[in-house]
Design a protein. Sequence first.
Lengths: 373, 519
Amino acid sequence: MPSPDVLVVGAGIVGAACADALSEAGLSVTVLESRFAGGGATAAAMGHIVVMDDSPAQFALTELSRRLWTGLAGQMPAACEDDPTGTLWVAADAEEMARVASRAAFYRERGVEAEELSSEELAQAEPNLRPGLAGALRVPGDRVVYPVNAARWLLGRAVARGAVKREGVEALRIGAQRVETRDGPIDAGAVVNAAGAAAPLLTPGLPIQPRKGHLVITDRYPGFCRHQLVELGYLKSAHAPSAESVAFNLQPRATGQMLLGSSREFVGLDAAINRRIRDRMIRRALEFMPALARLSAIRTWTGFRPSTPDNLPLIGRSEAAEGLFIAAGHEGLGITTSLGTARLVADAILGRKSPIDPAPYSPMRAFAAGAHA
Amino acid sequence: MPESVSLRVDGRATSAPAGITVAAALENAGVNVCRTSVTGEPRGVLCAMGICFECRVTIDGVAHRRACMELVRDGMQVGTGESAVCGPPSAVRSEYEELDCDVVVVGAGPSGVAAACRAAEAGARTVVLDEGLAPGGQIYRRLPGSALPDAARGWLARLERSGAVVRSGASVFDAAREDGGWRISAETAEGSCLVRAGRVVLATGARELFLPFPGWTLPGVMGAGAAQALAKTGAALSGRAAVVAGSGPLLLPVAASLAKLGADVAIVAEQAGLASLARFGAELTRFPGKLLEAARYRSAFFDTPYRTGTWVVEARGSSRLESVVLTDGSRQFEVACSLAAVGYGLVPNTELPRLLGCAMRAGAVAVDARQETSVAGVFSAGEPCGIAGVDVAIAEGQIAGLAAGGHRDETTAEDRALAGARARGRRLAAAMDRAFRPRPELAAVARPDTIVCLCEDATLASLSSCASAREAKLSSRAGMGPCQGRVCGPALAFLFGWDSDTVRPPARPALVGNLVAPE
């Protein structure tokens, strides 16, 4: 088999998006996946396509990515369950409501549609929320996809252009323009490490730690909730340096099911359900939406977000090996930022100029002391 | 005459005798479509024992209720079709109960009842949690006031006297270790229930094996045991043209009860071949009681042909069953019917043992001589340890109950007798398993467009490119619905050799509010 131009390691949403972008640019691509496409953190993800404003770099990447997702909307097959739900950032009290105004201004200044909802407007938009919440920030351009099938669809597009998908092949090490696998070495012009939480096993020293999360899904209750709902305090949870945190995060699936998150904890790779933190997460949700108590929950699962010390992903050229590019460390935003990441990776490999400044995501950037890079 | 209750089905008034299930009442009212599937197909009762969630209806405004698991009540409003899955959630009772005990028994079929009796009689504080409407399990399921075999009556009376606390209608959705003991969570009609126990006996019984064939989702096609369960819970099947098919000794009592109720059983089709059955018959001569039982059942439908080496390849009908097509491998023939009872034997219910981490052997829970699993303090008895029928269930239940209840004496004569009964029963079960194993041809009956996962309407084609149950689940949704893969999982194991996916809590659907215990 001739060596491909690019070997992508990992067929989660990020690897699949990279394969899609690279094959579209005319490069020959091989994708290695130790299990099956979309079966890792992608399978555990909510699939909320969301613009975030917690840092200028996060905004730039999520906004670019959301534009790319919106551009794909008409092309995705029904199995990807693309649904333009929009996001409601729910403010519990007056203090949070004050932040709604400033966030709305931030989004609008940058061309992202956003509106403030009063307490009454929020109650009208989502009648199952508890009465008396202060209001919300509505971001109508956000959407929801089913991550596993979105990843498989992106990978399928690459394969249709001639890319080679090799599932069940476990990569062991990444060297100079080469990947060692259980089935022998594979040479390539460039290698993209898109192995998510496993990326540091292949490129030692990458500052990525698994951050476990729980999700609960209910039976079908179409119309019970219409927007992706996130408590405004979510970023406090996402960025909490503490060992564990929970936040109210509820998603209406295209199936009519309700998907309930979210929790964060650093516990290595123990995938077992932690009933204590799951229950904290459910109680947090019930504070915002007591009616959830009456829905039938049918499954729970856990997954591992690949987290980094500064909450930004690692995207671009690495000096760890010749021809190595990293596309990993997307924490809880991998589904959203996969498309922007793929764009930056393709630009870096091809020497093109990127639509946003890639420097903040460089794997070679400096991390604060205490980070284990 | 039993008291009669009035209810409304999709707004139309109807009445039903008190004590029958909603599923039976619907059947009797001529309504055999309960829900509309996610792709818009009409669906009716399939398992009739709470496993499959096909008979979901809206009851008094609460969506996703299983018609086979609820009794009719005066003034009840039942919604079928679209409303059965799209109805708004409404208030449910949310009482909460905590119980502390020495031994908790999950399941009140023969093994659970026997275990609870022996544990409680030995002085252990014993709690029984059972999903059924009354103790007895599937085999002793019956309408209130109807007769039971003496042995069953004896055990149920003994349970009442034993002092064991019984919670019926309690669906166990979680089990976990806690402070050197166990914590078992169940959803009840009133709310939820948390039991803390020193030891656990898992007597979770079995369910039917369904193997998909074209048309098997049509209302009117159900399990073999399901047809019997529906009849036992009040469905009047008199005059119905029926076909009984599938495999195993269960087909005989099913055909017998249908015939007794006045159904016109056209044929009983056993997929196992004559040679295989002849070998089993020879084995059976060592169990004369079983031979007599078989003869008695056979005589109940003596004018119906019993065909070996024959199986269903298709069910036909537009919105409900009109006929089935059978084959003997060389010739196909069509039989008109409105009820097809098709079951390929039984599958152990091992979700709770697996949730607790119990080791498995050949699809069943591995246990030692005391019925203790690989997890110390967790016992299992009866069908979860391998399909073996009621006699083994009662013997194993007693052994487990005595062990969990603290029986530490030297081996007694009774212990030896129980162990002997278990060994004899398990030998027969092994012979039965060899004789009635589904033939490989059954894996070729489903077509690419045949639905394999009923909850999510995943077709065979949508998952045949996958390499594992987990991949199929994630890409095609097979196994993602409320039955949690209990129906399609064993079918996929037969069709593709896939292991079931990991069991995680909730091991049964439960209301979000019931997942969390009050603080």
